[in-house]
Unconditional design. Structure first.
Length: 134
């Protein structure tokens, strides 16, 4: 049984003209906000607020930062601003080696891994092969 795998999953579908559904929602929200400001805020104070909202809406719809939508950059900035910024440097733990003392023993004992006869032959064969290949 064969299935078709979607090819272009990063590309959003265009809904109305050249706009995706997100862009259309941002445009409608910005236009509605500008209209509400125009109706509720008196005269000269309304124009700067409408201009700020229009520029912000334009950035949400069209502006890209590093080929990614502005909304993603805005989300990352807000998350960084409100996140906790306590960075701690943890010094790596140093290992302390102690001498193993047995009653009556005056020599330092060290732990040496044991090799079986087969493992030793395998290591020897591997070294011989690697020397001939060089």
């Amino acid at each position: 049984m064969q299935f078709q795998v979607p090819q272009f999953i990063e590309v959003e579908d265009k809904i109305v003209g050249p706009f995706t559904i997100k862009q259309l929602v941002f445009l409608l929200g910005g236009a509605g906000g500008v209209y509400l400001i125009k109706q509720t805020v008196p005269g000269l104070l309304a124009w700067p607020l409408m201009l700020v909202l229009a520029v912000f809406t334009w950035a949400l719809v069209f502006y890209k930062v590093n080929d990614r939508p502005f909304i993603i950059t805005l989300q990352a900035a807000v998350k960084y601003y409100f996140a906790e910024k306590l960075y701690l440097w943890n010094k790596p733990e140093q290992r302390v080696f102690r001498e193993i003392k047995k009653p009556g023993a005056s020599i330092k004992e060290s732990v040496v891994p044991t090799l079986s006869r087969n493992k030793l032959k395998e290591l020897s064969w591997g070294l011989d092969i690697n020397d001939t290949l060089k």
